[in-house]
Design a protein. Sequence first.
Length: 94
Amino acid sequence: MSILNQVSMGNSMIKWTAALAAAVLTSTVLSAARRMVGSRLTRLADKTATDHDNLIGDLIRVKTKMVIFVAAAVFGTSLFLDLPPRAGNDSGDP
């Protein structure tokens, strides 16, 4: 029996591997997008006289925390796995 065919917590190791890859890819792409968008907005804001657009560029580039990307990655990961219904929901409705 291959290790990829083993089941852990109701999901095969292939699904867990795909979920992990999705999490890494999601956080990497979002982090790169943050840097790219933030730097472009900062360059664009430097050409204007107001400080409001500088603030937006700085907020995106500096203040966006990695925890937001991790939360998005966890959500993306959950799409690959067969998860049980939410706790405390006996009716099966979302």
